[in-house]
Design a protein around this ligand. Structure first.
Ligand code: ADP
Length: 159
């Protein structure tokens, strides 16, 4: 049973994130989607509890996907849950520059116990990010290209 953990803010989860989850499901037995509270991002659209509910609803029929909102360091949760690696998604060189730093820190703080595997964004979602999606939402434009219908309806409830 090979498990991996996919941490992120997922505010909201996009089809880009969902594509990474799908790629990971094709490679591993279980994918833990971990909604992490990022203290640098003070403004949020959905609360962590709302994100948890939304992502659980999206994956309710996929037994390979487990969703949680843990408190603490990703490496500690990865070890507690018996994950072989952290999954991250790469869209661009700027993602790479960020991810290479984080993976090194994660290796160091876990005494080399936790490694990171990067999966590439699909070309259809290379320019999709939670922040761009929120801008499109505020412009009242169609979001079906970027978001699952469950996310769109939850966003509309907030209008
Ligand atoms: P974080 O705040 O940790 O960056 P995000 O929710 O923005 O959280 O992203 C989580 C992970 O998913 C990151 O590795 C990010 O690069 C990746 N990601 C975000 N959007 C996409 C996308 N459209 N395609 C592939 N990977 C993505």
């Amino acid at each position: 049973m090979i498990k991996v953990i996919y941490p992120g803010s997922f505010d909201p989860i996009t089809k880009g994130h969902m594509n990474i989850i799908e790629q990971a499901c094709n490679l591993f037995d279980e994918v833990i989607v971990a909604i992490m509270h990022n203290p640098d991002k003070k403004e949020h659209f959905f609360t962590v509890e709302e994100r948890l509910e939304i992502i659980k609803e999206i994956y309710k029929d996929n037994p390979k996907v487990k969703v949680m909102a843990p408190v603490g360091a990703t490496v500690d949760i990865a070890l507690e849950e018996g994950c072989v690696a952290i999954i991250r998604g790469l869209r661009s060189v700027s993602d790479y520059e960020y991810e290479i730093q984080i993976q090194q820190i994660n290796k160091e703080i876990s005494n080399n116990k936790v490694n990171t595997i990067c999966l590439f964004a699909d070309k259809d979602y290379q320019f999709v990010s939670s922040s761009v999606v929120k801008e499109v939402f505020h412009l009242k434009k169609d979001l079906t290209r970027y978001l699952d219908p469950i996310v769109i309806s939850k966003m509309n409830e907030k209008r």
